[in-house]
Design a protein around this ligand. Sequence first.
Ligand code: EPU
Length: 287
Amino acid sequence: AATKVRREESLAPKTTMRVGGAARIYVEPATAEDLRATVAAARARGVRWLMLGRGSNLVVPDEGVDGVVISLAAAAWATFEARGDGRVWAGAGLRLKNLCGLAAKAGLTGFEFLEGVPGNLGGALRMNAGAMGGWTFDVVEAVTLMDADGTVRTLPKAEMEVGYRHCAELKNAVALGALLRPAAQVEADAVNRQLDVYRRKRQESQPREPSAGCIFKNPPGTSAGRLIDESGLKGARVGEAEVSAVHANFIVNRGGATAGDVLELVRHVRARVRRATGVELEPEVIL
Ligand code: EPU
């Protein structure tokens, strides 16, 4: 398949929050060479460029993005190769849901906690996404990345600075894929049973409406959701954006929300939690 380039591409449908305007230029590179050329062209013109990931951890502004938005949506980036030594090579464009499904089929356990994280592997690496007590980097051996200048490097995890929702090396670089280490080889049924346990847990504790996942990072030692809940904010609304009644660290789009609604509600929540508890919540999503 060829690289896709479009002008004024609407981003809302490409995000899980479903708000925001268009990208001046939107590119789906089909190859690493085209990705390199896209970034180089943006840099040469002094134009902002950014990776969309799966569009699940950001709120696109209503005025859109005045720059180049890049998505590794082409099939070539969604590879999954179970290797003879038990490890797995996965491309950055592979959705976590598909990673889990393919691992289950291959009888590889250890990735199940990622099942419900609405992202692709590249985004999950960039922010060390986590759920159910696990972090993406728990299962990473090495990451292959492209620096902003186009250099491709493979870094072992031990040489990377990773933490809670943080990966220093990917702040200004693009993850191309990673070598992953499953915990063990088991029966496919056992993997599927574990996936079901997590799926049920998530369905009970997290909302189904469009959202960007958790809006704020958990402050050390506590849960942002609990603080927001205890500040009496469940159900608080600005326009069509609402603090979820299911989990207070989710802002959900009730239908016609704008990015402006979401941002105003974020400000309101921060101010109210600050007043009620003294804690300054830090956004986890890109606002
Ligand atoms: N709680 C409340 N009210 C709420 C929400 C939560 O009192 O409205 C309480 C819960 O009862 C529980 C505690 O807060 O005692 C923690 O809640 P939960 O288990 O839902 O975990 P969390 O810390 O709120 C984290 C991650 C989620 C991940 C879940 C499940 C962050 C910011 N959030 O949430 O990740 O899915 O654990 O493992 O680290 C995300 O990062 O986007 C995200 C959704």
